[in-house]
Design a binder for this molecule. Structure first.
Ligand code: FMN
Length: 154
């Protein structure tokens, strides 16, 4: 099962929406390449400890959802589990795997489905203050997004 924290994750394009994740993940990348799909689950403040627990070294084939006690649900567009109560989930189909320097690799995926948790929405839009997205800083430090400003693009 693929349920690991990934700092090296980013959205990289809008049309169609595309995301990448990268690093020296072994099982997670093998799973994504074998199944052709992966799900990106956004972590809110309340899920940070569980997220960290899933980064332990489990033997290949371990279901981290079960090992760590995180409820899972099925994705809709792809055959892949997702975190049932994640504030947001992106269902992704693998587009390609790209070799980086050393033993690092990057997987590019197309977002083919989006889940937004009902209680994180205000007037149909995600309200970040309702789940405080977790962001990794350096070292073992994290922060939570609790302050939001809006800027109009010139
Ligand atoms: C907050 C956090 C972020 C992480 N980000 C990444 C990452 O972006 N890429 C990576 O290769 N490993 C990352 N890791 C380490 C993996 O979660 C961990 O090494 C995992 O055991 C690798 O899984 P796999 O080899 O079974 O796929 C991160 C760990 C933590 C705690």
């Amino acid at each position: 099962m693929f349920y690991r924290p990934a700092s090296f994750f980013n959205a990289v394009a809008y049309h169609p929406p595309q995301v990448i994740f990268a690093g020296d993940f072994r099982d997670s990348m093998a799973n994504a390449m074998e199944s052709g799909v992966f799900a990106v689950n956004i972590v809110g403040a309340s899920a940070l400890t569980a997220m960290n627990a899933t980064s332990a070294r489990f033997p290949r084939g371990t279901d981290e959802f079960v090992a760590v006690g995180v409820a899972k649900a099925d994705c809709v567009e792809i055959d892949c589990p997702r975190v049932a109560d994640a504030p947001a989930t992106l269902e992704c189909r693998v587009v390609k795997e790209i070799d980086l320097l050393g033993t690092e690799r990057m997987i590019l995926g197309e977002v083919v489905g989006v889940h937004l948790r009902d209680d994180c929405l205000v007037d149909g839009r995600l309200d970040y203050r309702l789940y405080a997205p977790a962001a990794r800083l350096g070292y073992q430090d994290y922060t939570f997004v609790r302050e939001v400003v809006q800027l109009r693009r010139p």
